[in-house]
Design a binder for this molecule. Sequence first.
Ligand SMILES: O=P(O)(O)OC[C@H]1O[C@H](O[C@H]2O[C@H](CO)[C@@H](O)[C@H](O)[C@H]2O)[C@H](O)[C@@H](O)[C@@H]1O
Length: 267
Amino acid sequence: MIDDLQLTTALETTARQAERCGFFFDFDGTLSPLQDNPATVKPAEGAITAISQLAALVGTIAVISGRPAGFLHQQTGELPISRFGLYGMEWIDEQGEIQTDPEVEPFLPVFVEIERRARAELDPSVLVEFKRLSVGLHFRTAPQQEGGITEWAQKIAAEYGVRALPGRMVIELAPPVHRDKGAVVRAIAKDLSCVWYFGDDLGDVPAMLALRERAEQDPGFTSVNVAVANTETVEEVVAAADIVVASPHDVVALLERVVAALRPTTA
Ligand SMILES: O=P(O)(O)OC[C@H]1O[C@H](O[C@H]2O[C@H](CO)[C@@H](O)[C@H](O)[C@H]2O)[C@H](O)[C@@H](O)[C@@H]1O
């Protein structure tokens, strides 16, 4: 964990090489507060403004999420940033089109069928989130359904040859290929000399560890991992972080501090 003096040093280091710095963000729980209905979330107040100011000052900004890339596009509007959805299985290209990892594309019809069955076979209190190449079965508002959902998801995973992955108050059915945010971060940080990563969930740990590993191997590389520790955040996330903040609102405050440190001062 870094103290305030080390944060000041990290800000100075970032300011000296801002054009070679990346700021990468998780979405749910990091840029947007957690809520019961995944369909109605919005970025925290001030988040879009802060990211837009940051975009004018640093080399690159990306949102890397378990959400579909199209959803990230809707939520972040016209910000000049990169968007990687479904843990890297899809992304928005420079023309604004959604691109899909060819290895998982054959599974598109499988998830249409799984969504249909989830809606027909699971209790109506289970919130079914269709994500093109994944289906989320949410039980935040129906915790008593967790056992039944887990059993159903395991049966479906075996039947269709997909994976059932636990998340926060959700089981996600996903293609049988390993994708994680660490691989995305390694690829997009290749030509950068400094990266800040913001995340709150177990799915963010591979990204944070990838940056730590890079910093260990390359003394010229600066990494700053920021954990957003809400009540559901597991210890691994905090352990991988250099800075811990309490909420998406605090992420915005930290970004405002970064922007202030990076803005050229007028004499
Ligand atoms: O990688 P992320 O951007 O953190 O996305 C991870 C999953 O987030 C969403 O679910 C979570 O947030 C919901 C809204 O606050 C909450 O209701 C749910 O309980 C959480 O698990 C999203 O719905 C999933 O598709 C993402 O994979």
